[in-house]
Each structure stands twice: as C-alpha cells, then as structure tokens.
Design a protein around this ligand. Structure first.
Ligand code: NAD
Ligand code: TYD
Length: 357
C-alpha cells in the first residue's frame, strides 16, 4: 500500500478512516476523492494528522474518464471504496440516486481499476487491492433469537439502499472471479461516533435533545441494530486491507444489541447528567413515537468471529463508553454542527422526512 485512493473520504466513516490511516501508515499517500454531496464536507477533514500526505480531489465515482485519469495521475495501487448514498430513509423517498451512485459508481471504479491495473500496467496481484466497504443490511432482517449473520448467510436485502449495496458487493465479487481483480470486502453493522451527519439516529437524537426538540422514535422503538464505534470499524478495515487474502470477505459488528428506544433513553440519561434541562426535567420527556419506516428491518446482528479468529480483531469500545464519548464530542463541537446544518439540504430533509410523520 503506497498510493491509496479513498472514495467518500469526506463523509462520516471515510473521514474517520483518512485520519486513522494517516496515523497508522506513516509512509502512504492518501488521495481522497469525494463529490461533496449533502453527506460530505471539508469540515470533516480539518486538523488531519500529517496533512501533507493527504490530497483532496472533488469528483464523482460515476465519471469513468475522470477516474481513469486519477488512477494514472497518482499511480494508485490501493482503492478503499466508501463513497455511497447511505441513508435508508432517503433511499425510500428517492431510490434513483442510490442505484446510480452505489451500483454504477462501484462498477465504474472496478472497471477503471481493471483497465489500469490489469490491462494497462500488468501489476502483480500482490501489488494492488480493491477494498469494498459494505453493510450488514444486505442480509435482510433477523427474527428474535435467530443466530447472527456469518459470511455464508444468504443475501436478502429489503430496502432500496440495501439492494443497491448488495448489487455492488456482487459486482466486486464478479470482477475478482472473472478478471482476477484482487479484492477484499467487509460488511459492517451500524456505526456511530464523531463526524456522523446529524440525520442518522444517534447524532440526530443527541442534537435534538441538546436543542430540546422532539426525539423521533420510529414505530415501537424495539428494532435492534448491532452498534459499532467508527474507530473499531476503521481498525478492522485497516487490518483487512493490509493482511487479508485476496477474495476474502469479513463480517464486522459490535456485539452490542440494545433496542433503538434503549439507545435513545441512554443518550437522554447521559445528557441529564452532562447538560441538565431547566426545572429538573428529563430529556426522556422529549421522546415521541412517530410513524414507522416502511419495510423497517426488525433486527440486525453480525457474527464477527472470522475476523477475530483470522486477523485478531476485537472492538475496543464498549457501547456505554462509546455513547458517552460521542455525546461529549457533539457537545464540544458546536461549530461543526452549525456548519453542517447550514448546508442547504439539511432543513429540507428534516421537513420532508418528519413533517408528515
Ligand atoms: P456518508 O453518507 O456519511 O458518506 C458518504 C460519502 O460519499 C460522502 O462524503 C459523499 O459526499 C460521498 N459520495 C456520495 N456519492 C458520491 C459520488 N458519486 N462520488 C464521490 N463521492 C460520493 O456515509 P458513511 O456512513 O460514511 O458510509 C460510508 C460507507 O460505509 C458506505 O459505503 C456505507 O454503505 C457503508 N456503511 C455505513 C455504515 C454506517 O453505519 N454508517 C455501516 C456499514 C457500512
Ligand atoms: P439509521 O441511523 O437511519 O440507520 P439504519 O436504518 O441504516 O439502521 O437508523 C437506525 C435505527 O433507528 C433504525 O432502526 C431506524 C431508527 N430511527 C428512528 O427510530 N428514528 C429516526 O429519526 C431515525 C433517523 C432512525
């Protein structure tokens, strides 16, 4: 790994990974390609460690000519592909952009890598690697008590987002199988932590609670996600890219599985201590049950045993500590939130998604 192209590196997980990689790999050059959609921001890339090894390029992963030129210009040997449309609720209200970015975008990157690495340069298989970042949502939904998903679980995506990610996973696998493109693939559970766009559950609840606004819980709030701190996800990706065999896939998960309502209540309790409301009222009084998401998956759970056994990965954060740190990060970065909320799209999304719920 010398010249690493990170796609989507101005988004939540991508920007955390750029930070992680600059620290973990003192010799790599990081080329960060991001279209700066509503979800990406240069605000996420301030104060990078060793910033002279980071080059930001604004551009679109669906633009084949542009991607081909970029790979050549920076002699890219490793692609770590985060760029995507990532919010299930947005995929329900507007699936087209998900198909374009997640499917055509991944196809365009694969095809450009194939042409440059295999046809044009004839790189040795050990010298190049395409790592694809995916989600547990490709596996569908679990009933209570069903075992957590393994790498062998069948794909059964339920939302347009999940289906577009499943398609991209299949494309990556097919490029490995048919053309011999060296790849690895990870499917991870729900992340949380610093720099997460405040329309996803955890940052939305933290921000709304700090502003004393309603805390929207879909349906009965008993849906279960397998929460993982973003730094633990970054550590897992770094291990897989550096150490895993060509063609390997790994599930990544936190093993923490409280229901959404419990997550919301825990955040309220943390804020009751750290930022008490006037008159001794609890933040829990702000919770509002709202109309459920159509097709809402009930439960996700990942079995990350293979990653633990083969590469020695375990999550470092326990959920309570991770939530506490995350609340404190949002409390101590009001300027970040203000800048992100100024983006034109933010309020119109909140009106569109919650206005009629
Ligand atoms: P995000 O929405 O915060 O960031 C996505 C980034 O991709 C943004 O910076 C955006 O500007 C960029 N982007 C979008 N379309 C682009 C295009 N056409 N060209 C170039 N850049 C483009 O998403 P995230 O939460 O950081 O997720 C990153 C990846 O991890 C995604 O592939 C997602 O499916 C996957 N994932 C996310 C989670 C999670 O809990 N957030 C869990 C598992 C997997
Ligand atoms: P989200 O952060 O959108 O992630 P995903 O849908 O990819 O799992 O949502 C996490 C869970 O929280 C999911 O079960 C939907 C629920 N949720 C709410 O109850 N209220 C909200 O306002 C949001 C955004 C999500």
């Amino acid at each position: 790994m010398q010249n690493v192209l990170i796609t989507g590196g101005a988004g939540f997980i991508g920007s955390n990974f750029v930070r992680y990689l600059l620290k973990a790999e003192p010799r790599v050059q990081v080329i960060n390609l991001d279209a700066l959609t509503y979800a990406g921001s240069l605000e996420n890339l301030k104060d990078l460690p060793d910033a002279e090894r980071h080059t930001f390029v604004k551009g679109d992963i669906t633009d084949a000519d542009f991607i081909g030129d970029l790979l050549r210009k920076y002699s890219i040997d490793t692609i770590i592909h985060f760029a995507a449309e990532s919010h299930v609720d947005r995929s329900i209200l507007g699936p087209g952009q998900f198909m374009h970015t997640n499917i055509i975008g991944t196809y365009t990157l694969l095809e450009s890598a194939r042409k440059y690495w295999l046809a044009e340069k004839g790189f040795d298989k050990e010298q190049v690697r395409f790592h694809h970042i995916s989600t547990d949502e490709v596996f569908g939904t679990l009933a209570p008590g069903e075992p957590a998903w393994t790498e062998e679980s069948p794909y059964a995506p339920n939302s347009p987002y999940a289906a577009s990610k499943a398609s991209s996973d299949h494309l990556v696998r097919s490029y490995g199988h048919t053309y011999g493109l060296p790849y690895t693939l990870t499917n991870c559970s729900n992340n949380y932590g610093p720099y997460q766009f405040p329309e996803k559950l955890i940052p939305l609840i933290i921000q709304n609670a700090m502003d004393e606004k309603p805390l929207p819980v879909y349906g009965d709030g008993q849906q279960v996600r397998d929460w993982l701190h973003v730094e633990d996800h970054c550590a897992a990706i770094h291990l897989v890219v550096g150490k895993a065999a060509n063609g390997a896939t790994y599930n990544i998960g936190g093993g923490n599985q409280p229901a959404n309502l419990t997550i919301v209540e825990t955040i309220c309790d943390i804020l009751d201590e750290r930022k008490p409301r006037a008159g001794g009222k609890s933040h829990r009084e702000l919770i509002q049950f709202v109309k459920d998401r159509p097709g809402h998956d009930r439960r996700y759970a990942m079995n990350a045993e293979k990653l633990h056994r083969e590469l020695g990965w375990s999550p470092r954060y326990d959920l309570n500590q991770g939530l506490l740190d995350t609340v404190e990060w949002y409390m101590s970065h009001p300027e970040w939130t203000a800048a992100i909320r100024k983006q034109l799209d933010y309020q119109s999304w909140m009106d569109k998604n919650y206005g009629k719920r």
